[in-house]
Design a binder for this molecule. Structure first.
Ligand code: SF4
Ligand code: SF4
Length: 134
């Protein structure tokens, strides 16, 4: 019941983007690949519970802008069927992102801090390079 009420007050926020899991970045090149995602408009990247996702803001073609209802409700995909109002975009509460990047500039800064100013990462990279030389 609560679900219906909540969705009736909503403009279909959950139908206006999609998020896909991506591989956990390990080295500087991986982070730079993520920076490339972030060069694209309406794209963000976040980490939640240790897992990384790319989020693309792009409205579903089946969301009606007149009444914000799904136009293919009876045959909507499984992902839509399994989505609930529990912790949905309109539900109260903040997202528990551990990291959230909204631009390539942010990632550039993050890379600088993580790899250029970080002694631990530098040592790791040096060890990796030394290992490769053997
Ligand atoms: S599930 Fe949440 S975000 Fe999606 S339409 Fe209903 S209230 Fe809106
Ligand atoms: S198919 Fe329907 S429920 Fe699924 S994202 Fe599109 S509009 Fe939303």
């Amino acid at each position: 019941m609560a679900k219906k009420n909540l969705c009736n007050k909503c403009s279909g926020l959950c139908c206006r983007y999609f998020a896909l899991p991506i591989e956990t970045p390990e080295d500087k090149e991986d982070y730079d690949d993520i920076r490339w995602y972030l060069c694209h408009k309406d794209t963000t990247v976040f980490m939640e519970d240790g897992d990384w996702y790319v989020n693309i803001k792009n409205k579903c073609r089946h969301l009606s802008e007149k009444d914000y209802k799904c136009q293919i409700y009876d045959k909507r995909p499984k992902i839509c069927r399994s989505y609930t109002t529990k912790d949905c975009d309109l539900a109260e509460g903040e997202y528990d992102y551990e990291l959230h990047f909204t631009s390539d500039k942010q990632m550039e800064e993050y890379i600088k801090i993580k790899f250029h100013n970080n002694v631990k990462e530098k040592k790791k990279a040096t060890k990796k390079r030394a290992g490769k030389k053997k």
